[in-house]
Design a protein around this ligand. Structure first.
Ligand SMILES: NC(=O)c1ccc[n+]([C@@H]2O[C@H](COP(=O)([O-])OP(=O)(O)OC[C@H]3O[C@@H](n4cnc5c(N)ncnc54)[C@H](OP(=O)(O)O)[C@@H]3O)[C@@H](O)[C@H]2O)c1
Length: 483
């Protein structure tokens, strides 16, 4: 299969926080893979900034070690890695002070794309934006990239947005939610909007309910301090699950263009009804093979949720009466992210009443083995009458990509190249983030109530029993969490 690499313009990508965990674990290995794919033009450079006193050689050493630790198979190609390292530069900058900015200004080139990745804690977003502007390092066409968490409530998100908007226009701001960079998330849009088959059925006449699950097997050890002050609702629901819900529920945009897509997502968030207290289940993993949540965060009294399940509804013509069940948790049975669309039962059955359990189910798997499968009811092969059986029509994209030589393009690879290309479609707009917090804040407030103690759940389970009841009480059941 011929390469489908879309070339990008020559760029200077500045990474503030270039020595940090995210840069070492994700950004550098992703850039190396794009380099290997031939997508980095000959003159493209990466300029890392942090306070540590390093020079180019020192930073290249650090980058080489990061690639050795976190890179994929391409790290074995010594010539490739060496050529990539040559593209790296380092300037010591304290983003809250004056040191290093003149050197950064001096190294930037005219007539190339300038992108600034703020891979630092959010309190530093404002100071960096201000200095880039005041020192004329950012130009009218420059882009800035900011990471999650984008605020911890509506007020703080508004504060962050204001600190960026003081110096940059919205068209220059790229807020990363790496879930949006996942292959299957984009495929969800393709399946919905490029096929005749699904869109006519994509409404409350044909869909019974929708489930969105993001289950992790890891706990919170290592980031306990951050997590215990945050919890699953802020850490996962407000951003990742909300984005998946938007893409599942949005109206077709007039065109696949950044603001048109984001306008439609925003309408979904604004149409979300407040969630009732009885529709929220909180959980916390108990001790098992690994330490308990409370041990992991070193807080024996913690009432922060490591699991949440919610039932929510969208007040629109299309979705009236269709529940959306969201759940996410740590130390669960398997690592799995999936959107499941459960269609209604047939109105009339010609094969007998015992066949009532057959329903079409469309599942969109983000991980592992990303792909889409549609369960359809067919006749079981062989003699013996008309016995029906559910079979999957399975489209596993991982296999397809391997055939096309683009196996496992990481979300960060795609998103960073979208920044250079100037395509904001897969990034959250400021009003979207604020609307998401406006919906999430009351849920967090309900959960902060004194009577809302998370239920303990077993490690390696599906979460607390009450989460099962959330569906059982309505005659539904969660889809099995499978790795
Ligand atoms: N790590 C992840 O997997 C991950 C995932 C999603 C989102 N994020 C987000 O990404 C951002 C970065 O996370 P991280 O895990 O990489 O953090 P980290 O490991 O603590 O790294 C922070 C970086 O910022 C630099 N820095 C701190 N203060 C500075 C200052 N005053 N001036 C210049 N540089 C400064 C640090 O270098 P010096 O101390 O040498 O200055 C370091 O390079 C955070 O917002 C985080 O929430 C991280």
């Amino acid at each position: 299969m011929a390469s489908r690499i879309i070339p990008v313009d020559t760029f200077d990508l500045v990474i503030f926080g270039g020595t940090g965990d995210l840069a070492r674990r994700k950004i550098l290995p992703s850039l190396l893979r794009r380099f290997r794919a031939g997508q980095m033009p000959p003159g493209a450079r990466i300029i890392a900034c942090a306070r540590a006193a390093l020079d180019d050689a020192g930073y290249r050493d650090l980058a080489a070690r990061s690639i050795a630790e976190f890179g994929g198979a391409e790290r074995e190609d010594a010539d490739l890695v060496a050529a990539f390292l040559d593209r790296l530069h380092y300037i010591a900058v304290d983003v809250t002070g004056d040191g290093g900015w003149a050197e950064l200004a001096a190294i930037m080139r005219p007539d190339v794309v300038r992108a600034f990745y703020f891979s630092v804690r959010p309190e530093l977003f404002g100071p960096i934006a201000e200095r880039l502007h005041l020192r004329d390092i950012a130009e009218d066409e420059s882009r800035i990239v900011v990471e999650k968490p984008f605020g911890r409530d509506l007020a703080s998100a508004q504060g962050l947005n204001a600190s960026l908007a003081a110096h940059f226009e919205e068209r220059q701001i790229y807020r990363i939610d790496h879930y949006l960079g996942k292959e299957t998330v984009q495929n969800l849009m393709a399946v919905r909007f490029a096929n005749m088959l699904f869109e006519p059925l994509w409404n409350n006449h044909y869909i019974d309910h929708i489930q969105i699950t993001v289950a992790e097997t890891v706990g919170v050890a290592g980031r306990g301090n951050y997590y215990d002050g945050t919890g699953a609702i802020r850490d996962m629901v407000q951003n990742h699950l909300m984005q998946l819900l938007c893409l599942t529920a949005m109206e077709p945009p007039a065109q696949f263009e950044a603001d048109m897509v984001r306008d439609e997502k925003l309408k979904v968030i604004r149409a979300l009804r407040p969630v009732a207290p009885e529709d929220i289940v909180l959980g916390q993993y108990a001790a098992g093979a690994d330490p308990s949540y409370r041990d992991d965060v070193a807080n024996p009294e913690s009432s922060t949720e490591s699991f949440v399940a919610l039932r929510c509804t969208i007040g629109t013509w299309r979705w009236a009466g269709v529940p959306f069940y969201l759940r996410t948790g740590k130390r669960m049975k398997a690592r799995s992210s999936e959107i499941t669309v459960v269609f209604q039962q047939l109105g009339h059955r010609i094969f007998g009443e015992d066949l009532a359990s057959h329903r079409n189910v469309l599942s969109i798997r983000l991980q592992p083995n990303d792909g889409i499968d549609l369960r359809v009811t067919v006749k079981e092969r062989g003699p013996g009458g008309m016995r029906l059986v559910d079979m999957p029509l399975d489209l596993t994209f991982a296999d397809m990509e391997a055939d096309q030589g683009e196996a496992g393009v990481d979300a960060y690879e795609r998103l960073i190249m979208d920044v250079i290309r100037g395509d904001q479609t897969l990034f959250m707009r400021g009003d979207e983030v604020e609307a998401a917090w406006a919906w999430t804040d009351p849920i967090v407030a309900i959960c902060a109530g004194h009577d809302r103690i998370p239920q303990f759940y077993e490690q390696g389970s599906n979460g607390p029993d009450d989460a099962l009841m959330l569906l059982h009480r309505e005659g539904r059941r969660w889809r099995e969490i499978k790795g």
